[in-house]
Ligand binder design. Sequence first.
Ligand SMILES: Cc1cc2nc3c(=O)[nH]c(=O)nc-3n(C[C@H](O)[C@H](O)[C@H](O)COP(=O)(O)OP(=O)(O)OC[C@H]3O[C@@H](n4cnc5c(N)ncnc54)[C@H](O)[C@@H]3O)c2cc1C
Length: 360
Amino acid sequence: MKIKITARKVIWAGLWVLLLLVLRPVSFLIYVYAKDQKTLRKENMGIIQDASNLNQVKVDTIVKVLKDPKEAIIQIRDLIKKAGEQGKSISTAGAQHTMGGHSICKHGIVLNMKTFNYMKVDTIRNLLLVGAGALWAEVIPYLEQYNKSVRVMQSNNSFSVGGSISVNYHGWQANSPPIASTVESFRLINPSGEILNCSRIENSELFSLALGGYGLFGVIMDLQLKITDNKTYISKQYIIKSKDYFSEFKKHLKSGGGFEMAYGRINVNHDHFMEEAILSTYVLKTDMTKKNLSKNTYPAFRRTLFRASVNSDYGKNLRWSIEKMAVGVVNGREFPRNKLFGEGGRSLSKYRSRLYRYFT
Ligand SMILES: Cc1cc2nc3c(=O)[nH]c(=O)nc-3n(C[C@H](O)[C@H](O)[C@H](O)COP(=O)(O)OP(=O)(O)OC[C@H]3O[C@@H](n4cnc5c(N)ncnc54)[C@H](O)[C@@H]3O)c2cc1C
């Protein structure tokens, strides 16, 4: 039998192939998205956990810290006294993304700092006075109004300022020490209920212990944080071999004015496992035209793409292919510093709404 191949047939066949190529990833992502919505609904029914989902803890009381600084200090002092009398422990909680038993005491009192989030900027001295419960997601839009920004910032902004300095996180600012280097001073209530000013010259030992002290030295109430200008960066991304990561990093750090910020991602899909990497760098733009802080692009899609890679080889391959394609789209684009710090942890976490339900 002879089959006549016409141009029309070729076009139709091409369209079918294209449809199949597109259909599989699209239907897979729709399936992941729908499943993810169910997970979120189930989670809302109420399990008390840390972010690892491995440390379910029954606590005695959760206390919201009062908004007013003077009232909050009286409240916490009273609480420390009562807890001492009743033999109960107190744990201080920010956004509670640090995982492990130390962050919530069994049958203890949890101090929810998130309500204690006042802010006052000093644009002359480049300092931000901030309540320890403020989230970076609140700090960044606040500073944006003054064209200011955070000096050392971690990958996501869902965390509290107090929790962040208590773990002394590292940022993705190349050649910068962790966040403790940007803390000018803080006020801490110690286990005896005293309020102490701590800085490099006042109570300096306590200052260095509480920065990275995981809340073991008292409650950090508020702090003075060194800030910087909201600059503009040009994104330069490279798909490289992961074995060349360090040499590529050093090469780009030195070349063309270098970069101020960088992060890397290694492929975790089965094909060529951990052989490739995407090095994302941000070079300072010397012409400082101000851009408005726009919302992050396609958060639902990015979350779905990430969730799709969980327990699925196909999903992992798909995610890596799309991330590599995105390199071409993002390369050369300009980003204000504050926009780069606009990503929350929600795009990653399975139980993204847990902490908000628990503590608000
Ligand atoms: C998606 C994701 C990305 C991350 N990226 C990075 C990164 O790039 N770099 C990095 O170094 N880390 C990173 N981490 C870890 C993260 O930085 C820390 O877990 C986070 O900063 C802690 O903030 P939090 O508000 O969740 O603190 P919490 O977990 O609430 O608290 C942390 C600790 O500090 C104590 N504490 C909290 N507030 C106070 C206070 N006011 N006074 C005294 N003690 C207090 C708590 O008791 C606890 O022990 C990441 C984590 C996740 C989930």
